[in-house]
Write a protein that binds this ligand. Structure first.
Ligand SMILES: C[S@@+](CC[C@H](N)C(=O)[O-])C[C@H]1O[C@@H](n2cnc3c(N)ncnc32)[C@H](O)[C@@H]1O
Length: 233
């Protein structure tokens, strides 16, 4: 069944254009935005770089940037899908932040490791990611409307736990940490409703400091992960 897309979808009280090229931003993802804004208030925005991985409609970082009053160092929207980036660009213009935005096609954070990429050094790096996390086994339980309309690259990674893509991202961040471009790196991710135990064990095994936040249904779906041992937030 085809969805009749409205002219604007609302996310974090902001207007977003969406179509079949991107995931429709979900209300539950606003919890992640709340946490980024809350934490960022404790840091100088001028010394903060923001990166949104798997940006889709651009919703997460656009909402963060629109709600941060003062200037920040750099803001980067990444997606592997060029079609999604076309929609992200529409929304960045719609929300009038085009003079602050940098959009790139990238497999997770891959592009920022390229020698020609101009990633600024800063005290803080905040990375946000709502990546495909639906397990192979869960496809049968999905809403037909979602399967018929939303891009499968936004939903599935065709693997066992659904956390595999976050594992790759975490290893990229551990590599990035070695460059010493940032004093503090914080990753905010959205996970599936049944990924608490698996993710808790995975993050504990890496000795990372992390904290979970509940979604609107009281389920732990947002995780804040710190990559600097001495950093207290
Ligand atoms: C669940 S959607 C989330 C979209 C948006 N961040 C949101 O919260 O509404 C996942 C997004 O990740 C992108 N994606 C999938 N694989 C990726 C990869 N390897 N690297 C970067 N982005 C990827 C998809 O194209 C899709 O836009």
């Amino acid at each position: 069944m085809k969805i009749n897309y409205p002219d604007n979808e609302e996310f974090y009280s902001l207007p977003f254009y969406v179509d079949t090229r991107v995931l429709i931003p979900r209300n539950d993802t606003e919890i992640l935005v709340d946490q980024v804004i809350k934490l960022s208030k404790h840091f100088s925005h001028k010394e903060t770089v923001f990166i949104d991985v798997g940006t889709g409609s651009s919703a997460i970082l656009t909402a963060v940037v629109k709600n941060i009053q003062d200037a920040f160092k750099q803001a980067i929207w990444l997606d592997i899908s060029t079609e999604a980036l076309e929609v992200a660009n529409i929304n960045i213009v719609k929300n009038n932040i085009q003079n602050k935005a940098q959009l790139f096609q990238s497999d997770l954070l891959e592009i920022i490791f390229s020698p020609s990429f101009s990633l600024q050094s800063a005290q803080n790096l905040f990375i946000t990611a709502n990546l495909p996390y639906i397990k192979n086994g869960d496809i049968g339980n999905m809403d037909q409307e979602v399967l018929d309309n939303e891009p499968h690259i936004a939903l599935f990674w065709w693997e066992k736990t659904g956390f595999e893509m976050y594992e790759r991202l975490i290893w990229q961040i551990l590599e990035l940490q070695k460059t010493k471009k940032f004093l503090n790196i914080v990753l905010f991710i959205e996970i599936g409703f049944d990924q608490y135990d698996y993710s808790w064990q995975y993050l504990s095994d890496l000795w990372l400091k992390f904290e979970y936040f509940k979604d609107l249904n009281g389920i732990f779906r947002c995780v804040k992960i710190e990559f600097n041992k001495n950093f207290i937030c």
